[in-house]
Every structure is written in structure tokens, then in C-alpha cells.
Write a protein that binds this ligand. Sequence first.
Ligand code: MLT
Ligand code: MN
Ligand code: ZN
Length: 311
Amino acid sequence: MKAGPSAIHVHIVLLGTAAGGGFPQWNCWCPTCRAARSAPHRAARRRQSSTAVSVDGERWFLLNASPDVREQVDCLPGPTPAGVRHVPVEGIVATDAELDHTLGIVLLREARHLQLFVTRAVRLILERDSRILPMTQAFARVDVHEMQLGQSIPLRYRSGESSGITIEPFQVPAGPPRFAREESPGHTVGLILMDEGSGGSCAYVPGCGELDQAMLDRIGETDLLLFDGTFWTDDELISLGIGDSRAREMDHQPISGADGSLSQLATLSRPRKVYTHINNTNPMLLEGSPQRSLVERAGIEVGSDGMSFSI
Ligand code: MLT
Ligand code: MN
Ligand code: ZN
């Protein structure tokens, strides 16, 4: 019997909750990376930023494809395939063209047939600047579906059949990747995912320079929010002596402080709120740290790899 609409739920799995570089980062010995190596029970390792969504628990769409995609695909739930080859990934939705979100596309080239859902701006960066798209297309058919800002489109399987999920990209304040030769609208977006069956929704915003009231209103109407948890403070890299850019200059609104994301997100009552894309330097990665307690007391969760949800 065909399942009725109310039986449809979107499964969402966090495949990687670290920012670019992962946690611990290979060349980093900051206090949190040290803890991840010496006391893993206090700071769980995390792969690079990626999330998977599925309606049937077998056919998955990746929200961003990280350089860790090979291990991440291996963690996808689903039945053991009967055939010799099996591609559980139907398509990739990219929120930007940064390397941590798109290097995984080329690593999936053995798929033979992939789909990519991107804005025109992201498509152009992948074509002309990183060349990840033509490189992948030398090995596999990649059907590119352009998303328009503010318009929702169905996520279709490679067969053309609708999955029952729609996605709508919305612009977030951020700069383009540093290797992009031009800046055009839509180079960095957040996504609203909607389950057409249940009406449940999820906002996926792994990179955001600033939350404004319009965005807060929008994400406040969803059931699940996966939000940019990159940096705890604006001067995090500077005070550790490992960088000279502030979080905001890197287009990530810090979590703490009067103008941080924590105090703004704490005002939202409807969605379940989870931080993801967490940089390896962020002290909230440490279980039992004062920063972790502050986040949890505000009713927000610190994402970890393997966390799953249904909407
Ligand atoms: C970011 O999230 O700001 C980018 O992924 C930066 C990077 O890849 O280095
Ligand atoms: Mn990133
Ligand atoms: Zn580190």
C-alpha cells in the first residue's frame, strides 16, 4: 500500500559538523584540537560540513559535499545493496562554492550520474574558478539544476520522480570564496527544506555573516534550524595566534556576546536549534566547558556527527 502523505517524513542526518579542516584539524594543536586527540570523550572528532536528507531512508541528497564525503557516504543509513555498484546519493545541493562544501563533488565522480542543485552564481564559480564541475563532468554525467533565490523547487531523484522534498535558497550576508573572480548575488545561501507530505520544514544555514530580523522571522517558522556555529568569539583566531582575520571578516557571525547569534537564536521558540559547521578552535566543542553550558542553557544543541532528526 502506498504510504499516505502524513506518513512521509524527511530524515536528516548530520554527516559532518566541523567547519573546513575538520576536528581536529591535521595541522592544529589549539586547546580544543589537543583535547580531541588526548581526551576524545571530552571532545568528539567531527568531519567536515555536510548533511544528508532522505524521504525513504535509501535515496539521499547531500547538503554540501565535503572532502570527507567518502567516509560520510559510508555512514548513510540504508539497506545493504544487492548489486555490484550502488550509488545512495541522488544529488548534491550546495549552499556555496567553498572548498569544504564542494570538493566532495569531484570525489563522487565514480557515480556515473549525479545531480547538482545550485544557484547560478555557485554554478559559475564551480565552472570557471574552482573547475570542480567540468572536472567531475569529465567522468560522470552531472545534471545541474539552477535554484533561484526565493523560489522553491522540488528535489527530484535521478529518475525524474519527485522525492517529496522542496528546497528554497535565500541569500545570507557573506562574501564569495576567496578564489572567486567576481561577486554575484546567490554565491552564499541558506536553504529552507520543506516536506510536502507532512509540511515539516528545516532551515540549513551553515555560513552566515549576520542574522537580521527578516532572516530570524523566516527561520523562526521552521521546525529545525541547522545554523552556523563556526566561531565562539570574533577574535578567536587572533587571540590563539593562528590567524589575523576576525570571524565577521570571514563572514561568520560569532556565537557569543551581545551581538552574537546565541542571544538572537535564543529568542526563537519554534524550531529545534542546532549549531553546525563548527570550527576546530571553538571552545563549545569541549563537553562540560562553560561555553557548552551557555549554549545548552539557551536551548540550543551543539551538533555532532551522526545526529539525526525527522521533520
Ligand atoms: C568558510 O566557511 O568560511 C570557508 O569554508 C573558508 C575556507 O574554506 O577556508
Ligand atoms: Mn566553510
Ligand atoms: Zn585547532
